[in-house]
Design a protein around this ligand. Structure first.
Ligand code: GDP
Ligand code: ZN
Length: 456
């Protein structure tokens, strides 16, 4: 692609200082490409609404539009597998498009994740490029790795090397529960232990309310049950390091393995000049972390249909989605106690089950100490969040209602003053992501301008 020297374009600086989203008429909207197609689109999509809409029927798509699945991200590129194109362009279904994300989407904080269903516009069917212009409704999302529309988590542990730690196990289970996504607990490396050890963990987990699978990735045993369970679904494997996540992912990916030949790599290479320019800013100035190196995710096709994220997740469960109130719901033991005692609920409605007078949860169950410990941790985090984002700068926080109705404080932009406090104490991923998004805005705007200039 011919590139203009960067001095040829002097886009207005688009640093955002206002709380978003802005009222429509105040938004600095870079004109989408090509303009007239957006005016005549039979399927006009109001950006703030589209996130709750399903994809349009193919007959409503224009020649330069397609809908598809974001299968990979690298740098500012996303690889979209086309699942529908305008009538007459059916043969493009299943093919790839290399896309950038329309800057406006980032401006209104609509992150595009791997796993999202998207509307691609300005499609060049010959060059196989396009621009992601909208994101359709999202059923679920995982923050680590960032993947949307995940159907299932595999929480992986090993019976030996490393041995399961009840505290760590609990932390992962709580984190998994807090996503609201169905998950299966799997113990790997069964061949390293005897039958009794397996029975021991089976019983112990049963008393916690779980029914784990046992398998060996190395020996390929006990594998089919899991593989069948994941067919047709989008799955993310999570768990501590060393338990065999990468091995499991490799074993599950289908044999018509496309990842080595993943078109995104080739396409990015072909754009190495432009890509090279982007790399200069690879380390986020503010967080000091590589912004383009840490967040790559691809969805690998698995046997029997479905996808598996190539990047395992939650290496360090942050418990960010868990609140003082919602923690109890992440313990099957507590759910059961409350259900069994329906007539006799805890005396106080807002009981956090510290053993208050009239509490039905308090008692002799194995993981109660872990519950109390985590409750303490979450209380401290919530207090810091409140102090940092709540009392001091009310306007910097927006409350997002997440899974299980969990209200979660989330900083708006411009965090300079309080970043130091928050960084130390609070899980960093949300802050980092926002900073990275802000860093990316200018890049994308530049791309828009260049592309627009090129097309004219
Ligand atoms: P990750 O850190 O969770 O991604 O774990 P890896 O997939 O890198 O595996 C860690 C180690 O466990 C490697 O040396 C693997 O060869 C080994 N491993 C994986 N699965 C098994 C298994 O079923 N049995 C045994 N004995 N070792 C395994
Ligand atoms: Zn209680």
């Amino acid at each position: 692609m011919p590139l203009l020297p960067s001095t040829a374009v002097a886009p207005p600086r688009l640093r955002l200082r206002l709380p978003l989203p802005l009222p429509l008429h105040h938004r600095p909207i870079p004109l989408p490409l090509p303009l007239r197609h957006h005016h005549t689109s039979p399927h006009p999509r109001l950006l703030p609404l589209a996130a709750s809409l399903p994809p349009p029927p193919p007959e409503e798509l224009l020649h330069m539009q397609a809908t598809g699945l974001v299968a990979a991200s690298q740098a500012n590129f996303m690889r979209v597998i086309v699942d529908a194109a305008a009538p007459g362009l059916d043969h493009h279904r299943g093919s790839d498009l290399l896309c950038v994300v329309r800057a406006l989407l980032k401006k209104i904080r609509r992150r595009v994740l791997v796993g999202d269903r998207v509307l691609v516009g300005a499609v060049d069917w010959t060059d196989r490029r396009g621009m992601i212009e909208d994101v359709f409704e999202r059923r679920s999302e995982v923050a680590d790795p960032p993947v949307a529309n995940v159907d299932r988590l595999v929480v992986l542990f090993s019976l030996d090397q490393p041995k399961p730690e009840p505290a760590t196990l609990t932390r992962f289970l709580v984190e998994a529960e807090s996503t609201g996504i169905p998950f299966v607990l799997v113990f790997n490396k069964v061949e390293l232990v005897d039958e009794q050890t397996i029975a021991y963990w089976r019983d112990r987990l049963k008393s916690w309310g779980y029914d784990p699978l046992f398998l060996s990735v190395d020996k390929q045993s006990g594998f089919t049950a899991l593989a069948e369970m994941l067919e047709g679904q989008t799955t993310v494997v999570v768990g501590p390091s060393g338990v065999g996540k990468s091995s499991l992912i490799n074993a599950l990916r289908s044999n018509q393995d496309i990842s080595e030949e993943d078109p995104i790599h080739k396409l990015v290479e072909q754009n190495s000049k432009w890509f090279g320019e982007q790399r200069v800013g690879t380390v986020s100035k503010k967080s000091g972390k590589g912004k383009h190196t840490t967040r790559h995710v691809s969805l690998l096709p698995i046997a029997g249909g479905g996808f598996l994220a190539d990047t395992p997740g939650f290496n360090q469960p942050s418990l960010m989605k868990v609140t003082k109130k919602s923690l109890a719901e992440t313990f099957p033991e507590i759910r059961k106690a409350l259900k069994e005692n329906e007539g006799a609920k805890c005396l106080f409605n807002d009981c956090v089950h510290l053993g208050e007078h009239g509490c039905v949860v308090k008692g002799e169950w194995e993981r109660y100490p872990y519950y109390l410990q985590m409750l303490d941790e979450i209380k401290i985090r919530e207090e810091i969040q409140l102090r940092t984002f709540g009392t001091k700068r009310e306007g910097d926080v927006r409350y997002k209602t997440g899974v299980m109705g969990v209200k979660q404080a989330e900083p708006r932009l411009e965090l300079k003053k309080h970043r130091r406090v928050s960084r130390k104490k609070i899980n960093q991923s949300i802050l980092d992501e926002i900073e990275d998004d802000i860093d990316d805005l200018d890049d994308d705007y530049q791309f828009d301008v260049k592309q627009r200039t090129r097309k004219r």
